[in-house]
Design a protein around this ligand. Sequence first.
Ligand SMILES: *Cc1c(COP(=O)(O)O)cnc(C)c1O
Ligand SMILES: [Zn+2]
Length: 385
Amino acid sequence: MFVTHLECTACGLRHEWSRLQNLCTACHKPLFAIVDLAKAGRALTREALATREKSLWRYREVLPLPASVEPVALGEGGTPLLRATKFADDVDLWIKDESLNPTQSFKARGMSVAVSMAKHLGATKLAVPSAGNAGGALAAYAARARLEAHIFMPRDTPRANIIECRELGAHVTLIDGLITDCGAEIARRKADEGWFDMSTLKEPYRIEGKKTLGYELAEQLDWKLPDVILYPTGGGTGLIGMWKAFDEMEVLGWIDRKRPRLFSVQASGCAPIVRAFEAGEKFAAEFPNAHTIASGLRVPKAIGDFLILKILRQSNGGAVAVDDQEIVRVVRDVGSTEGLFVAPEGAACFAALKSLRRAGKIDIGERVVIFNTGSGIKYLDCYAL
Ligand SMILES: *Cc1c(COP(=O)(O)O)cnc(C)c1O
Ligand SMILES: [Zn+2]
């Protein structure tokens, strides 16, 4: 393994990778795993990837977990990058279809790596707040690792997510409130219960799993990043992870300096990043009365807000909100043109593509990648028969 230590994203303080860590002990901001890229690059070349398994663990040398330890894996990553031929004919549109991951969403990427590390470092009981897919992914990987999963979900979480967690053997608690209330409940009880908090960005390894989105995208596009990426943003782990991957790949000499313009797509009913981006703020204030059917986007306050905002600005991208009615309409548009039953979060990006084109923020012929982060099948409650 070539991870040398953890580093605070805000104050830079070093932490050991070899014990269970949550936030920075000094300033309570997220920690990043730092990879010795000179060594990793000698152990892994782009060419060597060609013969490896179609799984995110193909990038093992840039991931945490000692080489002698077996990952907790269910076949995550290695998802198709599909050319969209009909939905928009004036841009070169590609869809990264993350619904094919275990538990039908890209949350599997983060949880495979984070559960592998938590188990390796001695955790026995894992806890997570989830308004959707994170719970199911944790439940699956915890079961596979023979660890306990304690999942706190808002009562209005889609039925499929709640049932999935229970059937995967997790302890599920429904809370009258939002995901932030679920997180607060875990924070209150974790010391007494002996739970390790697996909340997004509150432990350092889910982001390592999510960064493989960036590695995979580069590899699938023959090491040339697209012009634009549209990413449905809740906690922002995938966006922050991809940006980390781009920086790492540049140091490895795998890609050049050119970066895509990154756009965060949110729901109008919960758009803290859009508001903060437009107001020129460094942090995003908690979004009041958050509501949207895109449960993965129902994150009124993200702990990595300052990282998301910095990346959107550095990349020359932006942030767009889409309302729920439009999201539902677009699900059928994408379904009937591309043959994919996308999650509302993914659908939001297709709607955002149209508005960004109208606003002249994406040009004709540009290469655009949309992340369909989950499957529509988990959101049947949103549709009438
Ligand atoms: C969690 C989730 C998101 C948001 O992902 P972040 O990395 O937390 O921003 C988007 N789509 C789906 C389907 C999700 O489950
Ligand atoms: Zn710090």
